[in-house]
Write a protein that binds this ligand. Structure first.
Ligand code: TMP
Length: 215
């Protein structure tokens, strides 16, 4: 990861686009709209997410209802191990073969969520230095109340242990304080369509035309 803005793009490399934000801001919806849009335009897209479905990701899901069953350091190490496996087995090979990788959550989630339980931001960024810097990180921002309603009323789900309100205020404040060059903050308060338009206007200029599958 090169925090400082230098692009890692070269002629053969694909493009890494990540969606970040607190739960209920519409990350998955926007990711899937963007994936459909790009596929229609003949771009080679792969979609993925963190935590993954791998062995560490499954252990992380076990913490959703019992976060205190491990120490903060153990929790952090699980997220890092999950990401390391994801980067080595999926993200880097896809980028090397010219794919556009759309990822729902990535290392800024570690910075915000594990930062909120007391780890220093610089330490968290440095522990993630193995992870390639995204070409763009779309940070979706909505009021915590909007997010909570979308989770509990629209999806009919419970807030997991990571999304409890006191913690979430800190998470949202850390996300908001980040000003790395690849982060684009977008308000997620509007309609799905209006947020999608804003996502397109940030993402399209950074995708090289040369990645298209044109025969
Ligand atoms: P999600 O699958 O609904 O996005 O939930 C994943 C949860 O894990 C979410 O509450 C945020 C949390 N999380 C972290 O605490 N650190 C991380 O590095 C990642 C990727 C997620």
């Amino acid at each position: 990861m090169l925090v400082g803005g230098e692009s890692q793009m070269n002629n053969n490399r694909g493009c890494l686009i990540v969606f970040e934000g607190t739960d209920g801001t519409g990350k998955s919806t926007q990711l899937s709209l963007l994936a459909n849009y790009l596929q229609d335009k003949q771009y080679p897209v792969v979609t993925t997410r963190e935590p993954t479905e791998g062995k560490y990701g499954q252990r992380i899901r076990g913490l959703y209802l019992q976060r205190d069953s491990c120490t903060p350091r153990e929790e952090l190490e699980l997220f890092l191990a999950d990401r390391k496996e994801h980067v080595d087995n999926m993200i880097n090979p896809a980028l090397a073969s010219g794919k556009i990788v759309l990822c729902d959550r990535y290392f800024l989630s570690t910075v915000a969520y594990q930062g909120a339980i007391g780890f220093a931001i610089d330490e968290l960024l440095s522990l993630n230095s193995f992870a390639p810097e995204p070409d763009i990180a779309i940070l979706l921002q909505a009021s915590l109340d909007t997010g909570r309603k979308r989770i509990t009323e629209n999806r009919g789900e419970q807030l997991n242990d990571f999304e409890q309100i006191e913690n979430l205020q800190k998470v949202a404040a850390i996300f908001d304080s980040l000003s790395l060059p690849f982060i684009k903050k977008i308000s997620a308060q509007g309609s799905i369509e209006s947020v999608h338009s804003k996502v397109l206007s940030e993402v399209l200029p950074i995708i090289p035309q040369t990645l298209r599958n044109v025969d």
